[in-house]
Design a protein around this ligand. Structure first.
Ligand SMILES: Cc1cc2nc3c(=O)[nH]c(=O)nc-3n(C[C@H](O)[C@H](O)[C@H](O)COP(=O)(O)O)c2cc1C
Length: 235
């Protein structure tokens, strides 16, 4: 009997230790493993464009019934369309200055349920994974400037951003990063980008916007995009 009680207590202890691996407001349970596919979008490139606006986003499910503009966990709702925070900013940048918009997508789509997503992201980080990408830039050479947008995940880049940064040769190119986040800003992501691409020039003119401010952040995003002095939009 004593042996059984001892064994039971050890199992309880191991389970509690595992649950404490990653803790902050983004930690939740791991109960439901339903996966929902992210709507496929076509990435189109323009032959003579030299500016690429590449972004990663995961528009999480939130109950938005009856609302037309929400800055929620990770979603902007405008005219009944759900857009991830980072995608929303990327679109504004493209509308403001032109350039080619490119969504970084993974072969296996991410769960849109926040609780499951944060656990999966933590696991991928712990394992230093490089998720396989399903979207690829056709002629990366033609771009000299890459405006790079991503959410802050666990004070780091989402792992698909590592896959992206390791896939291409950024030597002598300019990377202009922007981040959407829940309070941490860039954390140490700018250093990470420089480490991954030591021969790229990582611009100081970056943009960081809290998710609470994204839905009403159009003016700020436009102002930043204009400040880059890169306008290639046809008149
Ligand atoms: C897996 C995960 C981890 C996150 N970790 C952080 C974090 O460490 N710090 C922070 O400020 N925000 C964190 N957030 C909040 C996101 O950065 C924020 O909601 C972002 O705007 C999401 O962008 P998206 O809608 O384009 O995916 C996290 C969100 C998720 C889903």
């Amino acid at each position: 009997m004593r042996r059984w009680i001892g064994l039971f207590l050890s199992i309880v202890l191991i389970i509690s230790l595992c649950a404490c691996g990653k803790t902050d407001s983004f930690t939740k349970n791991n109960s439901n493993h339903k996966k929902t596919a992210i709507k496929e979008k076509e990435n189109t490139t323009t032959e003579n464009s030299h500016i690429l606006i590449a972004y990663f986003t995961v528009p999480e499910n939130v109950d938005t019934s009856g609302v037309d503009a929400v800055a929620g966990a990770s979603i902007v709702v405008k005219e009944n369309e759900n857009i991830g925070n980072t995608e929303y900013i990327a679109r504004i940048v493209k509308e403001t200055i032109g350039g080619d918009l490119f969504r970084i997508e993974t072969k296996d789509s991410y769960p849109l349920d926040h609780d499951i997503l944060v656990d999966q992201a933590a696991e991928e980080q712990d394992q230093d994974l490089r998720p396989e990408l399903s979207s690829h830039v056709e002629n990366f050479k033609q771009y000299d400037t890459i405006i790079l947008g991503f959410p802050n995940w666990w004070a780091d880049l989402p792992m698909p951003m590592y896959s992206f940064l390791e896939e291409y040769d950024f030597d002598a190119k300019t990377i202009i990063p922007f981040v959407t986040h829940g309070g941490s800003g860039f954390s140490s992501i700018l250093n990470t980008i420089s480490k991954l691409q030591p021969n790229a020039y990582v611009s100081d003119n970056t943009f960081s916007l809290s998710r609470e401010k994204v839905a009403n952040g159009e003016a700020k995003a436009k102002e930043w995009a204009e400040s880059l002095g890169l306008n290639v939009k046809p008149e």
